[in-house]
Write a protein that binds this ligand. Structure first.
Ligand SMILES: [Zn+2]
Length: 213
């Protein structure tokens, strides 16, 4: 999946990631929502309210400006559209936001444990995990708190709710969500085995400066 140059390519990538995310159990049908900045930079596409992520069509995407005005597409955007809008405003380098409801990431956080990055992939793609306390979905408070955390992190856990990951394109935002959930699953298994400390070797983090493997 490469950086899209046209609106059709952006749509195709969102449709594909929606299908993959549900297939992998990172969201249940209509849980979660996806967005991507359009090539013109002032608008983004976001899944419309009530859409099923594994059955997205171009008609299921709303067009919203960075000011929050709905200008086209499917009409009423996801109730969580502000989470996406504030993310783009906070991070000009971000072109895609993937918000899903992955089970292990939410559970490990809810049980009071931090999600540990254990493998090379976790360390390279996730890098660090921010946490947003539980706030009502769709609220300004949640959207603003998430945007604040994005100043330091690309991967966030929204407590008792889901995750939000960002990237320069839909593919990278999705790979971050996948690796965040895999790190949470590994953390969960490590905890079951009684381990509370194992992480990727901190001294090896410097080797990752050239990007993901
Ligand atoms: Zn949600």
């Amino acid at each position: 999946m490469r950086a899209p140059t046209t609106r059709d390519e952006v749509v195709d990538q969102l449709v594909e990631v929606g299908r993959l995310a549900v297939q992998r159990g990172l969201a249940l049908a209509s849980g979660g929502n996806l967005s991507a900045r359009l090539p013109d930079d002032r608008e983004f596409l976001v899944t419309a309210a009530g859409t099923w992520l594994d059955r997205l069509t171009p008609a299921d995407l709303s067009v919203v400006t960075l000011d929050g005005e709905v200008t086209g597409g499917a009409g009423r955007p996801s109730t969580e559209w502000k989470l996406h809008q504030r993310s783009y405003l906070a991070r000009p380098d971000v072109n895609a936001v993937v918000h899903l409801h992955p089970q292990h990431a939410v559970l490990v956080d809810a049980l009071g444990h931090r999600i540990r990055l254990i493998t090379l992939d976790h360390a390279a793609y996730v890098r660090s995990v921010g946490t947003v306390p539980y706030l009502p979905n769709g609220s300004d408070e949640l959207a603003n708190a998430a945007a604040e955390q994005l100043r330091e992190h690309d991967c966030l856990v929204l407590s008792h709710h889901g995750c939000s990951t960002v990237g320069p394109d839909v593919g990278m935002a999705y790979r971050r969500a996948l690796n965040l959930e895999e790190a949470a699953t590994a953390t969960y298994r490590a905890l079951l085995l009684g381990d509370t400390t194992c992480t990727f070797p901190p001294e090896a983090l410097g080797d990752l400066r050239h990007g993901p493997p």
